[in-house]
Ligand binder design. Sequence first.
Ligand SMILES: [Zn+2]
Length: 379
Amino acid sequence: MLCRLCHSDCGSPLLDFPSPSIVSTTAILDAPTTAYVCPSCGHIQKPDFAEVDAFYDQSYRISLDSGDHDQLYAVVNGQPVYRTQFQAELATRLLDIGSRMAVLDYGCGKAATLERIRQNIPGITPAVFDISSSYKAHWDRWIAPGDQAMYRVPPEWSGRFDRVMAHFVLEHATDPRDVFSEIGRVLAPGGKAFVTVPDVFGNPGDLLVIDHVNHFTPASLSRAATESGLALESLSDGDYRGAYVAIFVKGEAKACPTGTGNIQAIAEDWRASRARIIAHADAHAGADVEIYGAGFYGAFIAMLVKDRQRVLHFLDRNPFLQGTTLFGIPVRNPDDVLGRPAHDAPRTLYAGLNPAVAATVMDGWCTQSGRDPLSIIYI
Ligand SMILES: [Zn+2]
């Protein structure tokens, strides 16, 4: 396929896994996962969805089912920190959002982050745009009708905004250059944009999320923005776990980051992990198993365990996931299975966690639960 940023031929796939695949909402899709890397600019990408418009409009209703649902970002001193609050504080700080600013949340979904910012800074003028009409009822509670846009950004919004945020939008975009072009168009001169995208090098599972059709490197993200008159002011892989946070200023670009990460090594790790989990699950078919983690990594493991009714439960620290089901399997609080007699525990526990943190989390769990560390299978 051709690179979405520079139109070079990407050649043969970086990664090509047969069906099934996994969607960012942890649904399983009957489709292969194929990824490419551009030999010219280093951008990593997947083919478009066949019916991408329908998919986003009808199906991609993240966090809509419950008004209180939020994703867990971290547990600090035993207390959960949720994504909305974390994003709101980060964007406010990095964008220096002040009273009387016009702030657009581009590709916003429910716009929970912007709503939180407005609670903290009531003087801002909030505006929202999404390629779906699913969220209108949420917006109507607190956003003026003229400050809402669906499907297309109004022509009269050109140069209107002091600040634009695009939280985890560009990884879904079939034309990321067009998104940057629109952001550049609606920003006032000197206005700033806050952009987050997954960092596939910090969170390698992102390479397997089939609806994340772009995986940016700092160089490819900056390149895509520069063409739209947006200069990179800062880019960090440390402000937001598993993501790049970039601040762009409307104006002439100076130096851009260069270099590509070692995506080939990540693809090779996934080939090995996938084969190892399938081999282990097949060799222990019929035995009960547990999966620690009900997010992407846990879902990925469950997808590979053919005998899925043998998965007793997922264990997850996120209180909003506890009590729900994933693929019909209950999600439980890890503390609920403490004190269970050792002979009563399944022999196998899969660690469905980001490999970067999995060993630390599972070491803590083994100490707490008395589990044999040798019973844990890592990705
Ligand atoms: Zn390219």
